[in-house]
Each structure stands twice: as structure tokens, then as C-alpha cells.
Design a protein around this ligand. Structure first.
Ligand SMILES: [Zn+2]
Length: 286
């Protein structure tokens, strides 16, 4: 199936109105909304050619601690996978990466903030509130990754750790990876204290990086741009700048569509090799 056919298989949603729900905010170029049974899902067009994936919206109302519910089944179905094949982690705002293979899928979810696999039929997921969900796929090996990056994970370089794990475990070439940075808190809304600036300094992020990621608004409030920080870290890890796609949707600005109390998961999944559909997937559930 061609990328165009796969794209056509998902019903596109125009931004503006989704039933009686709040208007869907238009994402940056390279992203589109699709209509799922449970509500609107955001997908990254360049990533669709490699992996079935998506970022869910608040309508799905997933809860991180639960599993085996209809909601999780619907979330999994939206990325072409069965819920028992969603590999998850116990997110702790660190930089550990879980490597999932067929024989360890059912192990208790370890403490980690990224999940990677190259096994067809499996899906990797993360759950986040305002933290940054990142999906990565490799067109050459089919390896996929899901990353949860809040400020602590970003400070700890979880995105770079994930690319390093993909390279070590699956011999991917970072220069070929495609990444999508999903809905999360934008610099428009992320007021932070000077303690975060110090934390990034102490973690060894350069003054040039800190100047690019932190800014002060007219009122003197410090803002942190986690999208820029994670995009920069992915490029530093070897990704091509034009292969890092940022949807540009802020979960605080678009609370009605994107935000709720219990949150989203992000993950790539994979199809069985016999399937005519793509073998790898990525999704972000909310
Ligand atoms: Zn905002």
C-alpha cells in the first residue's frame, strides 16, 4: 500500500468544527487531523509513510493507570494494533529507554520515559499531560520510538538517549529518522522559575542552547520552549533538521481540545509482516 493509499484510509478532518466539540486548532504544516470512532486524532504526514501513528485528543479520556478498557482498545485500533500489544512504561521524568521485543512485552512496565521496538506487531506508547510526546520512526529498519519529555526529561536529554538506544539496539542511521513532536505545553504558556535555568546549566546545556530555549516575555517572566529544546536535541543526535516535525499545538492554549486531567499516551506499533498495511506504527494517546 502506498503512502497515499494509507493516508486515504484515514478519514481527514478539516480544522474548525468537530461535531459539538470545540473547534480543532490548525496544526503546523505536515500534520493533519483525522476522525476516529472516539474523536479527532492528530497525525504527522511524513511519519505516516513509515509508521501508523497518531496523537489523541481529550475526547478519548485515557487514564495512565488503567489498561484493558474499551478506551485503550480504541486507542490501539487507531494505530492498527491490539491493546495487549501496546508496550508501556512507568514514566518517572528521566532518560531511561525501554527496549521492547516480543519476549519481554508482557514484563511489568519498567521505570522509563522512552520505549523503542523493531518488532512487527508491537506498539510503544507513552502517556503525558502537558509534557512533550515525541514519536520517531526509521524507514530503513522499521524501528520506532515513543518519548515522554517534560522539563526534567528534556534537561536529562531523553530524546538523545532514545536516538542512541535506537542506534545501539537496531543499528539505525539517525540521519534517516523521522520525528514528530506532538501537542504539549508551548513556550506561549510555559512560565518557569529561574531554578529551571540553573538546572539546565548544571546539566551541561550550553549558554547558546539555554539562550535558544529560555526567553523572557515583556513582563520579565521566564518561558521555556520544550519544542525547540527537544527538536535541537534530536538534531544534535543526528536527525536531519527537516525531518523533525513540530505540530505547534499548545495544550494550555487549546485546553478544550487537547487537555484534560488524565492523559495521553504516545506510541508506535507494528503490523504483522503478512499485513498489507505498514509494519510499524506510532501513536500519542491523551
Ligand atoms: Zn500556549
Amino acid at each position: 500500500m502506498s503512502a497515499a493509499d494509507r493516508a486515504a484510509a484515514h478519514t481527514p478532518l478539516t480544522t474548525g468544527v468537530a461535531g459539538g466539540a470545540p473547534a480543532l486548532p490548525p496544526p503546523a504544516a505536515g500534520f493533519r487531523w483525522t476522525a476516529e470512532s472516539w474523536g479527532p486524532m492528530l497525525r504527522c504526514v511524513p511519519l505516516e509513510a513509515i509508521a501508523q501513528h497518531g496523537f489523541t485528543s481529550r475526547q478519548l479520556a485515557l487514564r495512565p493507570g488503567e489498561s484493558g478498557t474499551d478506551r485503550w482498545a480504541m486507542a490501539a485500533a487507531s494505530v492498527g494494533c491490539a491493546a495487549p500489544r501496546l508496550a508501556r512504561v512507568r514514566q518517572v521524568h528521566g532518560a531511561e529507554v525501554r527496549v521492547v521485543r516480543r519476549d519481554n512485552l508482557d514484563a511489568p512496565a519498567p521505570d522509563a520515559d522512552a520505549v523503542i521496538t523493531a518488532t512487527p506487531g508491537l506498539a510503544v506508547t507513552v502517556v503525558a499531560a502537558d509534557c512533550v510526546p515525541i514519536l520517531i520512526a526509521d524507514p530503513a529498519t522499521g524501528a520506532v520510538a515513543a518519548i515522554h519529555a517534560g522539563w526534567r526529561g528534556t534537561c536529562a536529554r531523553v530524546a538523545g538517549a532514545t536516538v542512541a538506544a535506537l542506534t545501539r539496539e537496531f543499528a539505525v542511521d539517525p540521519a534517516r529518522l523521522v520525528a514528530a513532536i506532538g501537542p504539549s505545553i508551548g513556550a506561549c504558556c510555559y512560565d518557569v522559575g529561574d531554578d529551571l535555568l540553573r538546572a539546565f546549566d548544571e546539566a551541561g546545556h550550553s549558554s547558546i542552547e539555554r539562550a535558544a530555549w529560555f526567553s523572557r516575555d515583556a513582563a520579565g517572566r521566564l518561558r521555556l520552549d520544550l519544542w525547540r529544546a527537544n527538536a535541537d536535541q534530536l538534531v544534535h543526535a543526528g536527525l536531519a533538521p527537516d525531518a523533525v516535525h513540530v505540530c505547534g499545538l499548545c495544550t494550555r492554549t487549546h485546553v478544550g481540545v487537547l487537555s484534560r486531567i488524565a492523559r495521553k499516551a504516545t506510541g508506535p506499533a507494528a503490523w504483522p509482516p503478512s499485513s498489507p498495511r505498514p509494519e510499524r506504527h506510532a501513536a500519542s494517546f491523551r
